[in-house]
Design a protein. Structure first.
Length: 456
């Protein structure tokens, strides 16, 4: 319901009430909670008092001055009370109150936003990574900390993969120890690793206490925590643009020296996430562009170890501000898409043209040719109908052995050098096998903008 429609509904109700009914409203006990929105109250109160003035002017012809004064005061009190009661009819339901209180919080380090049910819910975080050195495990980084009444999370990374043996760490808050357990860990080439730790239970941190972490013989310095940024929508966190029904927001964080970091945020339907913002080409020549205030290009640092598609690191060597980021397209992985079964014939030898049509997430997929390479493998040609001129187009997908099963099947593929769309799949088969069955899932969909984020 629009603002004007709400006003009209309340005023129409007021017009129907007789003075004696309004007088009775003066005895109504209103709960102290669930106050009406102040803007709505003031707007309707102004219109209500205007009506009172007209009523008082009409009463001058038939009443004495004292009576007029009493009438005006009674009408004013009763009508304002009626406005509040009428307003409560709109906002008193639990669903309406919940919607008014919902907000978003940005969690740096982890690089996501979460929805909270009340703007008064406090979460404490680190604005930027914190470096520390361990005699046991070399150089490390506290990438992120999240503390809230329902628990906490710590994200660590480093350069010596042996550190993943650290299964627990202690977060010290004002001399009280909280043991965080490792939830998962991963490592990449060159010994680079990352691990996340969690605590289940209340952490009564109020923002004033001293905080640090320790594990084994390693102890950090005091960690600077602040309240998490809160906003009613993504645009409240930074420069935003909305294209193709998708909003992207850039959060800029100054780091040490001239270094800065941009975190890119979106809110997509459940099961979907942005696989690439174009830090690496989404197709030939299609990648994001970062420029300074003078329009000069700025190089985004390549990822080291782990791919961080939503994080951009760069050096502001020119010392300028007002950067601009242009994202021509993004790639979305839809893990929530329904899996689709495909059955293909397998020739005894040689190649065979086939015409098997399927679809995934509403996009057509055609399998046009299959070739038995040897007794235990076949090669399949596929057409996803990828089109660089379309707003949304299917570029790739994953194969699964079982419907809606989390682990994909073993296969290899070849992509088009220009569009980067999948063109050929190589699958394992058994000698004498007549058919091969698999499920299409997790489509990768290219969505075009461009999104232009300025003033960074």
């Amino acid at each position: 319901m629009s603002r004007n429609e709400e006003d009209k509904e309340i005023m129409a109700w007021l017009e129907k009430l007789a003075p004696e009914e309004l007088n009775r409203l003066q005895g109504v006990d209103l709960p102290e909670s669930d106050p009406i929105d102040e803007t709505v109250l003031q707007r309707i109160k102004k219109r209500t008092l205007a009506r009172v003035e007209l009523e008082a002017q009409g009463a001058q012809k038939v009443r004495k001055r004292a009576a007029r004064k009493r009438l005006r005061l009674k009408w004013a009190a009763a009508l304002c009370l009626a406005v509040i009661v009428g307003g409560m009819l709109i906002v008193s339901s639990p669903e309406a109150r919940a919607q008014l209180k919902k907000a978003l919080q940005y969690i740096p380090g982890f690089g996501y936003v979460k929805q909270i049910d009340d703007v008064e819910q406090s979460a404490y975080v680190m604005d930027k990574p914190f470096k520390l050195h361990s005699e046991e495990h070399g150089n490390m980084t506290v990438d992120g900390i999240l503390l809230q009444m329902t628990g906490g999370q710590v994200l660590l990374s480093g350069e010596q993969a042996s550190a993943v043996i650290v299964k627990t760490l202690i977060l010290v808050i004002d001399q009280v120890n909280y043991e965080f357990k490792q939830s998962h860990a991963s490592w990449a080439g060159g010994g680079v690793w990352q691990a996340e730790y969690y605590y289940e239970g209340s952490i009564p941190y109020k923002g004033q206490d001293k905080v640090w972490i320790k594990f084994g013989q390693t102890s950090s310095e005091l960690l600077p925590l602040t309240k998490a940024m809160t906003a009613s929508d993504l645009a409240g966190f930074g420069s935003s643009d909305s294209q193709s029904g998708i909003q992207i927001t850039a959060v800029v964080t100054p780091l040490d020296g001239n270094s800065s970091k941009i975190n890119l945020l979106t809110q997509l339907p459940e099961g979907q996430n942005v696989d690439s913002y174009g830090k690496q080409p989404i197709e030939a020549g299609l990648e994001l562009q970062l420029t300074d205030g003078q329009g000069r290009p700025i190089t985004v640092k390549p990822d080291s170890g782990f791919v961080k598609s939503s994080e951009l690191l760069f050096e502001n060597t020119n010392g300028t501000k007002d950067h601009q980021l242009i994202i021509p397209a993004i790639s979305i992985k839809d893990a929530g898409a329904k899996h689709v079964k495909v059955i293909l014939p397998v020739p005894e030898e040689g190649a065979q043209d086939i015409h098997v049509t399927s679809q995934i997430a509403g996009f057509p997929v055609d399998f046009t040719r299959i070739e038995r390479v040897d007794a235990k493998s076949v090669r399949v040609d596929v057409d996803t109908h990828y089109n660089s001129a379309e707003q949304k187009s299917l570029q790739s997908y994953r194969l699964f052995e079982k419907k809606n099963f989390g682990f994909g099947m073993s296969y290899s593929w070849k992509i088009n050098e220009t569009t980067l769309a999948i063109e050929t799949m190589s699958l394992n088969v058994e000698p004498g096998q007549k058919e091969v069955t698999f499920y299409l899932g997790e489509p990768y969909i290219v969505v075009r903008g461009p999104w232009v984020l300025s003033g960074l």
